[in-house]
Write a new protein. Sequence first.
Length: 345
Amino acid sequence: MNSPRDLKAPRNGTADRLGRPLRDLRISVTDRCNFRCVYCMPKEVFGKDYAFLERRELLTFEEIARLARIFSGLGVEKVRLTGGEPLVRRNLEQLIELLAAIPGLDLTLTTNGSFLARKARALKAAGLKRITVSLDALEDAVFRRLNDVDFPVAKVLEGIEAAAAAGLAPIKVNMVVKRGENDASILPMARHFRESGHILRFIEYMDVGHTNGWRMDDVVPAREIVERIGREWPLEPIDPNYPGEVAERWRYRDGRGEIGVIASVTQAFCRTCTRVRLSTEGQLYTCLFATSGHDLRALVRGGASDEDIRAAVSGIWARRADRYSEIRTSQTARLQKIEMSYIGG
Ligand code: SAM
């Protein structure tokens, strides 16, 4: 693992209390989703009576773009749009255009892929650079059971191909692995994506939020995933693309591609975490497992200048000492943490 020393010194002094620079901004553009993945937005909680945010509560595209510009000035190099399902937010291409105009920003998006076949070209034309698609199984019945809205896997696979054809490659495909739920899909997924040019990444099931009833027993450790795949197709480790990359990279010894594993539970990477998260309604969270955020919308709508906002964010980051995954226990897993669907993955 990289130590904070391996991370480049902050361009402009924005380092937190553990010396970590601010580099990545994840923006949740909606708290709504057309899927009800059983481990993320279970139907029993996110049913028809669930109070999603009202439109006026959401940051507008202009407000998001203004904040993104300020973050860019503070050293953020990469922006990822997420949600909820980002592609359910109407006219998202307009936001992408605004963000793509910010110089030097790597702009990407995480999606469940359900609207991609229809939207990939427009997203690319608006200035999106890359895309990550979440896909938890290849077997149609397993996939439908997991998304819990009977959505067919074929349409997501079609979306992935449409994204590649539109020039959003290399596409990352993220699979969250939950023991007993979809771990039997690990090898079929590896087989399917091995020669596709897309990069399959396996994510340990995490105790985000407090509605998914997480237990350590549900986690399939990244080590085990690498072993299972390596027995079938030998693997060798490769270097990270950049210091602080969350995925540990492995390549097939026969040259047929690479995979990644994101061991957020069994090998926490808080020490190199350079991410900050902006919720749909403009709350800033310095950790995915936070229990409270900082209200940037109040500043934006209260007439604060760019410099005021910049100073506020800089101060929030300077005070940051979060390292939740390093201190996780079954007790902390029960905290009232914010939901993943609200803050984005
Ligand atoms: N709707 C988009 C999507 O499906 O990618 C973006 C938001 S979704 C919350 C982002 C990612 O978080 C998805 O890959 C999802 O599988 C993952 N996720 C949700 N709950 C998780 C959990 N408990 N542990 C690990 N990953 C989780």
